[in-house]
Design a protein around this ligand. Sequence first.
Ligand code: 5SP
Length: 233
Amino acid sequence: MTTPSKTWIADLPKDRLIAEFSVWSADLVRLADDLARVDPHVDILHIDVADGHFAPAMLFFPDLVASVRKVSARPIHVHLMVADSILLSQIEQFADAGSDLISLHVENESVADEALDLLDRRGVAAGMVLKVDTPVERVEKYASRLSFVTLLGTAIGVKGQGLDEKAGARLQQAKQIIAGCGAAHRIVLAADGGIREHTVPLLRQSGAETVVLGSLAFNAPSLDERMAWVRAL
Ligand SMILES: O=C(CO)[C@@H](O)[C@H](O)COP(=O)(O)O
């Protein structure tokens, strides 16, 4: 499969929610089939990476990204939840595997500037993610270097949780930071975690341009109906 052009972020929809599908919630035993099933609805594939230390889960690896790259032409967003000590080598490996966008954490503070420089050199779009209790203003100093800002709405690296009650206000704050950072390029605001039928309207109204869809999409009784609903919000 060919990789998306460098302008893919600017070309993402502006008049509806961008659909970012979380591979963690796919049928992992029949992954290629499940990705083919959802593909017509996918704007971005989201692949979580966790080292069991920075985040409690152990998740995904570069060879999986390279395999997904072979069966999908959709942009791949890798969300790194890894310790500072291994962040730069993980960026190299996931860039080699064909990632289009790699997000590190604002909490990776000791290596964050170096990581953003590395992503720039590698020609991979850069994103940053904030844990649910991290002050939103901590992204301000990085914002103009980013293409994506993602706010977690739940504890890091755990599926199936409810949305934190501060999520809407935090998105509004992030939206203001993005608007005021002076970047000439597009910076997409994303919500990840706690994405449920009753939370997506609030997240959308609070400024989320994309939501990371897990079980809400993969386990929908009718994916066509669920995604028509998402796109109409
Ligand atoms: O990272 C996350 C959750 O933090 C997502 O990427 C999961 O895939 C969400 O799964 P569900 O909770 O929606 O089933």
